[in-house]
Design a protein around this ligand. Structure first.
Ligand code: ATP
Ligand code: MG
Ligand code: MG
Ligand code: MG
Length: 452
């Protein structure tokens, strides 16, 4: 929704008053970070496609709810008893009352009161980030055969803006932004148990099965062991995310998130599936399932594979060095063994700095500055920082961290744009250079304390 922010805030005239779209979504950091959940369930991905319809000051709640219901019950042939609907039950801090209008709309559409539930801000007040357009939302959930619910569609009524001072102000015009998870809807329509059983993921899972070597002591195929299945799901998910990002021109050298997810994938490929070269093979499967929709996956395939291979080699080198350093670290800080994870980027130096700083810091809260340093200088992802805090019975100052992170991203964006401003499309030119000159990851070895 980023490109429409100005429209919602009334600063830019809308390009049209209604729109429908499909967005590529990656949720691996910040407010909507799903990275840790991925693989543990069947419906959260790092990359997914979100289908949506938009109203820029045109239709509002009544029409949005009616259209969603008509699509689900009409062409998609769902039954009302398959669905549960939630709406905003109000929040004193935000200063908004229960969204009775929304509740009554659903009632008049025919949703039974027993299938209609009011929920608080955590579930039914949608926010883009720490600031920006926001508003009450209403969510449609699918009732799985085991009775559990999967959220399929979120209808957001954009009527507010979260200001930098944290207050929520009303906007002069009202808008609609809805998001439906394509993979989740595919699961329902294909009548399979999880997103990984749909035709979007099955070819990738089959390719992992076919190309993995000696995955004993398991039988080796998907759905033979709970832990192994989680690895299958993670790798299949990450392969899509990495492929789509590389084809879009995101570089692991400039995106720490991408770099770390690539490393996680190399780790799974090496440790579980005993084939460090799975990623380039899986790229071809992603092309098979998504290439016709996103042709850049096809045109950028050679570049993407060069990057994958380069990063794979760098990973193998790094790993050899880290195993040695890890062994030294465990002697000084025996609790580290419980992390069980040899190859967190920058771990030995970062952990030492963390322990030394916290021993001087008289508090059980890890300050935002230290969290940011672990992230930026030592290359730790948020989930790993959380695990380090848990291991030491500490909590982390997330707000302080996010503030520093958003400042850093702003700076990074500006300098990246400046560097590339004369080169036409922001990333495409870099890809061409890459092919001409060969790919070389930024020399950030000093940052992560490993030898690339
Ligand atoms: P959930 O509660 O399941 O985490 P959400 O409330 O965070 O979902 P929204 O931000 O409302 O999700 O996004 C709109 C829709 O996008 C969701 O209704 C869902 O269908 C889909 N979606 C959200 N997150 C993911 C994800 N990580 N992987 C796949 N689909 C997702
Ligand atoms: Mg979520
Ligand atoms: Mg939700
Ligand atoms: Mg939602």
């Amino acid at each position: 929704m980023n490109q429409f922010k100005g429209v919602f805030l009334g600063k830019v005239a809308p390009p049209c008053i209604r729109a429908v779209n499909s967005q590529k979504c990656v949720r691996v950091g910040g407010k909507h970070n799903d990275l840790e959940v991925v693989g543990t369930d069947g419906h959260h991905h790092t990359f997914f496609e979100m289908l949506g319809n938009w109203s820029f000051g045109d239709y509002y709640k009544k029409e949005a709810c009616q259209m969603a219901w008509d699509l689900l019950l009409g062409p998609y042939r769902l039954k009302p008893e398959d669905l549960v609907v939630t709406y905003f039950s109000g929040d004193a801090i935000i200063g908004l009352p229960e969204d009775r209008e929304c509740r009554d709309i659903w009632k008049s559409i025919g949703v039974a009161p027993s299938r209609l539930k009011g929920l608080g801000a955590a579930d039914n007040f949608w926010e883009m980030g720490t600031t920006g357009p926001c508003g009450p939302c209403t969510e449609i959930h699918y009732v799985n055969p085991d009775g559990s619910l999967t959220e399929i569609w979120n209808l957001v009524f954009i009527q507010c803006n979260r200001e930098t001072d944290g207050s929520v102000k009303q906007l002069s015009r009202h808008h609609v932004d809805t998001g439906m998870g394509l993979e989740r809807m595919a699961t329902i329509l294909q009548q399979v148990p999880s997103n990984y059983d749909t035709d979007l993921f099955q070819p990738i899972i089959k390719a992992i099965e076919k190309n993995s070597k000696d995955v004993s002591p398991y039988t080796g195929s998907y759905k033979s062991d709970a832990l192994l299945d989680c690895a299958y799901r993670r790798l299949a998910d990450h392969a899509r995310m990495i492929s789509v990002c590389l084809a879009d021109g995101v570089f692991p050298a400039s995106s720490l998130n991408l770099k770390q997810i690539m490393r996680k994938s190399f780790k799974i490929s090496t440790d579980i599936f005993k084939n460090p070269n799975l990623l380039p093979l899986l790229y071809d499967e992603v092309v098979q399932t998504l290439g016709s929709t996103y042709p850049e996956l096809i045109s950028k395939a050679p570049d993407a594979k060069v990057i994958m291979e380069h990063e794979g080699q760098a990973y193998a080198k790094m790993r050899a060095g880290l195993v040695k350093k890890w062994k030294e670290l465990v002697v000084v800080y025996p609790e580290v063994e419980a992390m069980g994870d040899v190859e967190m980027a920058g771990f030995p130096l970062g952990y030492k700095e963390f322990k030394e700083t916290m021993s001087k810091h008289n508090s059980t809260i890890v300050p935002g500055e230290l969290v940011f340093k672990l992230y930026d200088t030592h290359g730790f992802q948020e989930d790993i920082i959380q695990r380090i805090a848990d291991l030491n019975n500490l909590t982390i100052d997330k707000k302080g961290f996010w503030k520093l992170l958003s400042k850093h991203k702003q700076r990074h964006k500006t300098s990246f744009k400046e560097q590339n401003s004369n080169k036409g499309l922001l990333f495409d030119e870099s890809i061409d250079n890459l092919l001409k000159n060969g790919y070389k990851s930024t020399d950030d070895s000093h940052k992560y304390n490993y030898e690339v």
